[in-house]
Design a protein around this ligand. Structure first.
Ligand code: ZN
Length: 89
């Protein structure tokens, strides 16, 4: 599969500040940007989903509801067998 890299007209590299040095290309999942003057590289998902930073993931986990123990469940009653050990003749 050939990757087509295209320059973005007027794009300024956020790292080195040069104009017209940003190239963009994509694969199945992401669109990449790279600078040809420095080693700046960036990527974003094609489906628009933002890459979630770790903090956000943790928040999401914290908000997850914990399964609560069912209360009011009837306790099991263990009764000794009254007939045990009794001999009826
Ligand atoms: Zn650059």
């Amino acid at each position: 599969m050939s990757v087509i890299k295209r320059f973005i007209a007027g794009a300024v590299c956020p790292r080195c500040g040069e104009m017209d040095c940003i190239r963009t290309f994509r694969d199945e999942e992401r669109e990449y940007k790279e600078c040809v003057r420095c080693d700046y590289e960036d990527s974003m998902r094609l489906d628009g989903e933002p890459d979630t930073p770790m903090e956000e993931l943790e928040t999401r986990v914290n908000q997850e509801k914990k399964p609560e123990l069912e209360e009011g469940a009837q306790p099991l009653l263990f009764t000794a067998n009254p007939g045990a050990g009794r001999k009826d003749h």
